[in-house]
Ligand binder design. Structure first.
Ligand SMILES: Nc1ncnc2c1ncn2[C@@H]1O[C@H](COP(=O)(O)OP(=O)(O)OP(=O)(O)O)[C@@H](O)[C@H]1O
Length: 266
């Protein structure tokens, strides 16, 4: 996404030895990953390999069993509620399906975090929301519509506006193009690139959509068997020499990834 991905960048998020199981199901099994500051890293991997679990552990929505996740040097695993609340002010999130509040107009959806966490009056919040909507290509006439009045692509834009409204340092994108037609998916990918650049943010995304990976990633990490099995610049994914990456990016049924074994070490 940025032209020079080889330039050094200190990590914004450092993950070491992360494990997470659900009952006897081992999902993350000693995962190590650095997310470089100011870059866009995309985690790829088959269904059920634990990509969402990884993001939820970083956000503190799930508690890891062991290991360490440091955001700007602050430990997330075992962090107090106060620490997590403070860290979350740095985060912006766009989840699958945009997850808008149906009962609130668009502008209140966009300004939700601002109204909840900052001393800001409704008039100012609305102005900020309208400015942020403009960043994702939506005019002021959209501000007073209800989410149900919007197409899927517009809802995604509103979700993106909500994610960036408080100018977060770190943006998380969970399957940002799922359910969109290829053209709208490309529009959303372009907006993600533009917004991340404009904010100078660090981005961590998960997606199955290889078009999206090629567009939004500076670096790519492949999750399989509970660990990162390959990590490198996006320019190298076609030439990674890694059989898991090769099979995944070409969508082949044959290869080391056996369907249905995503979270089991092969
Ligand atoms: N809260 C939970 N309780 C029990 N099992 C869970 C929970 N959350 C996730 N899992 C299991 O963990 C595994 C990894 O799930 P996760 O949603 O992270 O996969 P994913 O890689 O994001 O998949 P997809 O690409 O299909 O969304 C799955 O087997 C899932 O059933």
């Amino acid at each position: 996404m940025t032209p020079d991905t080889s330039a050094p960048s200190s990590p914004k998020i450092v993950i070491r030895g992360l494990t997470k199981s659900f009952g006897s199901k081992k999902v993350l099994q000693g995962l190590d990953l650095d997310v470089p500051a100011g870059r866009s890293l995309v985690v790829i991997g088959g269904s059920g390999t634990g990509k969402s679990v990884l993001i939820k552990c970083i956000l503190g929505l799930l508690t890891a069993d062991s290991g360490s996740i440091k955001v700007d040097g602050i430990e997330v695993v075992g962090a107090s509620r106060e620490t997590m609340d403070a860290l979350r002010t740095k985060f912006g999130m766009l989840f699958q399906g945009a997850a808008l509040f149906d009962s609130l107009p668009v502008w209140e959806n966009v300004a939700f975090g601002l109204l909840a966490t900052r001393r800001i009056d409704r008039r100012e919040a609305r102005e900020r929301a309208v400015r942020t909507l403009a960043m994702v290509g939506l005019g002021p006439e959209v501000a007073d519509l209800m989410p149900a009045e919007l197409s899927g692509g517009m809802q995604k834009r509103v979700g993106l506006a909500r994610a960036i409204a408080h100018e977060p340092e770190i943006l998380f994108f969970d399957e940002p193009t799922t359910g969109l037609d290829p053209i709208m998916a490309d529009v959303i990918n372009d907006l993600i690139v533009r917004c991340v650049r404009q904010l100078g943010a660090t981005a961590l995304s998960i997606t199955h959509d290889m078009q999206s990976v090629r567009k939004i990633a500076d670096r790519v990490a492949m999750l399989h068997g509970g660990r990162i099995v390959w990590e490198g610049p996006v320019e190298q994914i076609d030439d990674s020499g890694n059989p898991f990456v090769d099979q995944f990016i070409h969508g082949r049924a044959e290869g080391p990834i056996r369907v249905g074994e995503g979270s089991i070490q092969s």
